[in-house]
Design a binder for this molecule. Structure first.
Ligand code: GDG
Length: 461
């Protein structure tokens, strides 16, 4: 079996199980189950560029990591990946901060990754690059002579070509992406956007390009998460939550504090629920866990202030001596506690404005007690909506309709909850973390590298 080499912006610490962020959670599961080499940034910032990467072995995984310089961090990570590509790919043209120096930094770090990764590679390795930070890495690897099979997976949405072309570098980026042998997206809708882009900007349509792009919806380790949620039952905190909400219902949301997650809209929908259905006053509370991320990017500081204002205003309006409508926790909670909290909550509220997949939706389903499951209220703009048809799907921009769905979830009869949960559980088990890794890696392994038709890769921006 060929060795699997995973490359992502950041390598996770496999000793801990506290990864926040879907990519780290998904890849840590994948690496644990298959073994191989994991290459990326170690999260450190140092004064000068690294001469050699740092190499460490954890069980069956070799971690090869590098620090970044302050300039690299500011231009590649903050400036381009997170202030241009992230908002752009989430349809937020209003938040993109175009900057040529940041783009130069992005290209420089991708090239630097390639220079340090190439000597680590064996001839028959399978290389799997992840996400929007590393769109141009495969092109750089090819430039320094790597002939291995190289695949790419985009964890975030692929936007329509009209949006993508709002950045001056779109053609260079997508052209570089085509250096891969296989390109994976979360959903069929993303794949369609990609093919449309190629149809508009290249001389032939994507599906005839080389037929090597497809949708591979990322999954979770369902059994592991469900086990976590059961063992959390003994936890004192979970027990307190349980007793605290006895006779009351709890709605839960868990998201990195990111503007793509629709958190202010969610708080407004909860506020509207209390207005439209006063019977939920004093009987329902909403727990939102939103650990900080990317705080050095201005848009993230803004959303934090906005949310605190919202939570305060809504609580001020409705709270009573023994009832706090919104509990807002702005820090990281351990994964086992999260699993227990999901299980004790009657409704999982997952309403991003745009999301590649959204693993929280799947984790919420995995954590439910099949005998008395809670209800998932899911944005139709999360990639997960393509699979999770039995969730109550909502338009997160339409505050009234989200409030109505919350009400429907809170009063849903047991039998309907069980039917929906059984169907959802079957879906997340069918395409779980193992399925995702195996399917992608097998497809990549089967690619006929030499026979690739590159005749029509000639495009015009
Ligand atoms: C990207 C894409 C795609 C969250 N808060 C805490 C915590 N988490 C964990 C969750 C979940 C993960 O982080 C978040 O994953 P998501 O998928 O919901 O979202 P992103 O971070 O935006 O991930 C996304 C994903 O990549 C995978 O491809 O699904 O669309 O945007 O596992 O449980 N974990 C802990 N404490 C927290 O406070 N321990």
């Amino acid at each position: 079996m060929s060795r699997l080499v995973i490359v992502s912006n950041r390598v996770a610490d496999l000793r801990k199980r506290t990864q926040t962020g879907g990519l780290a959670v998904g890849l840590a599961d994948a690496m644990r189950c298959r073994g191989g080499l994991w290459f990326g940034w170690n999260g450190k910032i140092e004064a000068s560029p690294p001469e050699q990467p740092h190499i460490e072995q954890f069980d069956n995984v070799q971690m090869v990591s590098l620090p970044l310089t302050r300039e690299d961090y500011e231009q590649y990570y903050l400036g381009y990946a997170n202030a241009v590509l992230w908002p752009l790919f989430h349809y937020r043209l209003d938040l993109t901060q175009h900057d040529r120096a940041a783009y130069a930094g992005y290209r420089r770090v991708n090239a630097m990754f390639a220079r340090h990764l190439a000597p680590q590679l064996r001839e028959d390795d399978i290389v799997w690059i992840h996400d929007y930070h590393l769109l141009t890495l495969a092109e750089e690897l090819r430039r320094v002579g790597c002939r291995q099979r190289i695949g790419f997976f985009l964890h975030i949405p692929f936007p329509p070509h009209e949006i993508l072309s709002a950045t001056s570098e779109h053609f260079e980026l997508i052209n570089a992406l085509l250096a891969h042998d296989l390109i994976g997206f979360q959903t069929k809708a993303d794949l369609e956007n990609f093919n449309n882009y190629l149809g508009h900007h290249f001389s032939c349509a994507g599906d005839t390009l080389y037929g090597q792009a497809d949708a591979f919806p990322i999954g979770i380790d369902v059994e592991d998460f469900s086990r976590l949620s059961q063992s959390a039952g003994d936890d004192i905190l979970i027990d307190r939550i349980r007793r605290g909400i006895l006779g009351r219902s709890q709605i839960v949301g868990v998201d990195r504090l990111d503007y793509s997650k629709g958190l202010p809209e969610r708080m407004r929908a909860f506020d509207r629920l209390l207005e439209l259905y006063p019977e939920h006053q004093r009987t329902v509370s909403y727990l939102q866990i939103a650990p900080p991320t990317r705080e050095e990017v201005a848009a993230y500081a803004d959303i934090r202030v906005e949310l605190e204002r919202f939570a305060g205003a809504i609580n001020g309006r409705h709270a009573d001596f023994n009832w706090t409508p919104i509990k807002y926790i702005h820090r990281n909670v351990s994964r086992d506690k999260l699993a227990g909290i999901f299980q004790t909550s009657n409704v999982g509220l997952v309403t991003p404005l745009r999301d590649g997949m959204n693993l929280v939706a799947k984790e919420y389903v995995a954590a439910q007690d099949p005998k008395n499951p809670g209800v998932l209220v899911l944005s139709r703009f999360a990639g997960a909506a393509e699979q999770l048809e039995e969730a109550l799907q909502v338009n997160p921009y339409d505050i009234d309709s989200v409030a109505k769905a919350l009400h429907a979830a809170l009063i849903m009869p047991l039998e309907e909850r069980q039917d929906r949960h059984t169907a959802l559980l079957a879906r997340i088990k069918k395409q779980d973390a193992k399925w995702w890794v195996t399917t992608f890696v097998e497809r990549l392994g089967a690619v006929q590298v030499d026979g690739k038709d590159t005749d029509c890769l000639v495009g015009a921006a």
